[in-house]
Design a binder for this molecule. Structure first.
Ligand code: 15L
Length: 267
């Protein structure tokens, strides 16, 4: 497939770009920064929140799908979060409608449901329950994906990613870890599965202590192979472990993340 990968210079972007290329896909990279040294791909340097610039890319590139990974990976104020996650998604979906590109794979986040108390396995029928403005931006992006699937028949898959790292580093990550290889498997399944409509999957590895249900992903062909449990002996005990296990969003649900929605000049 010929796919546009946004955020292609980022940590997930570099892994996904390489992984999809290795699996025979043709990748077009897009990021706010130029291609990292040694990258040999068609590349566009622009901000996805710039709808005109995004439209220009689609006018010049034949594409079959979009993998939207761009976005600030942490908490910001509401305006920053909506711009980084929701407006970028809107600009891409509008261009997709215009140019008949009908597959959209999104790096959403567990923080879209992060304020869900940690009890039973959380599945794809969980109601939106963000833990931060970051999570609100992801929820709003997912709502747009549902809208564009319903209105225009674009297939949109929201991957609610857990903790993407080369290996798990905390007790929480024993449940939330997504390995590099599983991340590539996840994106490829979301890109190539048959007619998902709007679908949600949880982007974690096959972790023994998983907090999120892997079945919605398996239905789309995502078969994770790694397990954080293999690293259990390397995980240190930390005083914050208990508090981070109260809600599935872990640290993002803690009081230290509470802030006003909008900054004031007096801040
Ligand atoms: C995310 O979505 C964030 O981008 C990342 O910074 C981590 O907080 C991760 O989730 C996680 O929950 O571990």
């Amino acid at each position: 497939m010929r796919v546009l990968v946004t955020g292609a210079a980022g940590s997930i972007g570099q892994v996904v770009t390489l992984g999809l290329t290795d699996r025979g896909h043709e990748v077009v990279g897009l990021d706010r920064v130029p291609a990292p040294d040694g990258t040999d791909l068609p590349w566009h340097t622009l901000d996805c929140a710039d709808a005109d610039a995004v439209a220009e890319v689609f006018a010049g590139e034949p594409l079959e799908g979009v993998v939207h990974l761009a976005g600030h990976p942490g908490e910001g104020n509401l305006q920053e979060s909506l711009t980084s996650h929701t407006l970028t998604t809107a600009a891409l979906l509008d261009a997709m409608v215009e140019h008949h590109v009908d597959r959209f794979v999104y790096a959403s986040s567990n923080h879209a449901v992060g304020r869900t108390p940690r009890r039973d396995l959380v599945s794809d029928d969980a109601l939106p329950r963000p833990d931060t403005f970051y999570g609100v931006g992801k929820v709003a992006a997912e709502a747009l994906m549902q809208l564009y699937a319903d209105r225009y028949g674009i297939d949109t898959v929201s991957c609610r990613i857990g903790s993407f790292r080369d290996q798990p580093a905390t007790a929480r990550a024993l449940s939330t870890w997504l390995s590099h290889d599983d991340c590539v498997r996840m994106v490829e399944a979301a890109l190539t599965c048959t007619s998902p409509g709007y679908a949600v999957l949880y982007g974690i590895s096959n972790n023994t202590r998983a907090w999120w249900d892997l079945e919605p992903g398996r239905r789309l062909g995502y078969e994770p192979q790694d397990d954080a449990e293999d690293f259990v002996d390397t995980i240190p005990d930390r005083p914050e472990d208990e508090a981070e296990a109260a809600y599935v969003g872990g640290p993002f649900a803690l009081e230290e993340f509470y802030r006003r929605a909008l900054d004031r000049a007096s801040d």
